[in-house]
Design a protein around this ligand. Structure first.
Ligand code: TRP
Ligand code: SF4
Length: 332
């Protein structure tokens, strides 16, 4: 089949977790950059969310909307890319079913993320020994293979899943003597690790995060909460910026002043209050265009829904094409 677009195709998804925090920004900014070079598909993996959250689905629709708003506010552009919700394209489910027929159980049981999560969530009293959770990587393979994706931008934690997608693709092509699927490649971008304001991993459950859509006031408050060098009591005490969270952030969001501030800190020539003020103002300036874009999207009722509906329509065309080949190969 002739490809209308000669560019490589990229596909990635995220589970809807609601408003995103700045720890997600580098991943999103990578997606935004990829739009310039690749034919991109981005989708909200709401069925994947159900594998662990099937008992608490009340907030899932809101989470989708909030996450999509974040995506578009940082520059995911629906005119360049196809952006949609997984459950709006039912072919994901059909392909998931068919792939599950050819996927050996052992591949799934051996998957490291499966074992880890069962233990981790089990220790929190959550039982996810369901068929759906075991099948998580099969659904993910369906997402990817359905669009013939060449590249999949993912974090390292997702590499075992991607490997399974490749193995499933290979097995299918082998079983039905036809190169129906393309083996996708991981696209690993450098993602600097951004700690939460308390120094632990940035996470919703620790309330130590800064939202991408945070107001100026929220940014100031969160920066005030950041842990600094505990050895510093007076402004004139020599500081150790390398152990300070504020410094980690300055490096990322205030690259221009970062060197000077660290130097002044070491010499006891800048106080933590002043240092934090400088960071808060830079961070505020960094996030303010995103906030504005979000506000403009929010002010147009139905806008997000329309964009996602159009994305689903475009995605469905591609998915339907692929399913034609799959059904033919499998004779179903
Ligand atoms: N499992 C991914 C995550 O938790 C989300 C995801 C679902 C995904 N389907 C995908 C990512 C397909 C890339 C491609 O981050
Ligand atoms: Fe951290 Fe800045 Fe205080 Fe130094 S001056 S300890 S870098 S907050």
């Amino acid at each position: 089949m002739q490809q209308a677009d000669a560019r490589k195709r990229s596909l990635s998804g995220m589970r809807p977790t609601g408003k995103l925090h700045i720890g997600h920004l580098s991943v999103l900014e990578n997606w935004v950059r990829m739009q310039e070079q690749y034919e991109c598909f981005f989708f909200v993996a709401n069925w994947h969310a159900l594998t662990t959250a099937f008992e608490e689905t009340e907030s899932i629709r809101d989470s989708i909307r909030e996450m999509a708003l974040d995506w578009f506010s940082v520059g995911i552009n629906p005119e360049k890319s196809t952006v949609f919700i997984q459950s709006e394209v039912k072919e994901h489910a059909e392909l998931y079913l068919l792939l599950s027929m050819v996927t050996p159980l052992g591949w799934l049981e051996r998957c490291p993320t499966y074992k880890d999560q069962i233990i981790q969530l089990g220790s929190q009293g959550k039982d996810i020994s369901t068929h759906g959770f075991l099948g998580y990587p099969v659904l993910m393979a369906a997402d990817i293979l359905l669009y013939r994706a060449d590249l999949v931008p993912v974090g390292e934690d997702q590499l075992p899943h991607l490997e399974l997608s490749r193995e499933i693709a290979r097995r299918f092509n082998y079983l039905y003597h036809k190169k129906v699927f393309t083996e996708p490649q991981a696209y690993l971008a450098e993602v600097p690790l951004l700690p939460g304001v308390d120094g632990r991993k940035m996470s919703k459950s620790y309330n130590n995060y800064i939202s991408i859509s945070a107001s100026s006031e929220e940014i100031q408050n969160k920066v005030k909460m950041m842990v600094t060098d505990p050895a510093r009591i007076h402004k004139t005490d020599p500081g150790h910026p390398e152990v300070c969270i504020v410094n980690t952030y300055q490096k990322l969001y205030n690259a221009q002043e970062y060197g000077q501030i660290a130097e002044d800190c070491r010499r006891g020539q800048i106080g933590c209050v002043a240092c934090k003020k400088r960071l808060a103002s830079r961070l505020d300036a960094y996030l303010s265009p995103f906030r504005e874009k979000r506000r403009s999207l929010e002010s147009q009722p139905g806008q997000i829904e329309d964009i996602l509906a159009e994305g689903a329509r475009k995605a469905r065309l591609e998915a339907e094409k692929m399913m034609g080949g799959v059904r033919e190969a499998m004779r179903v």
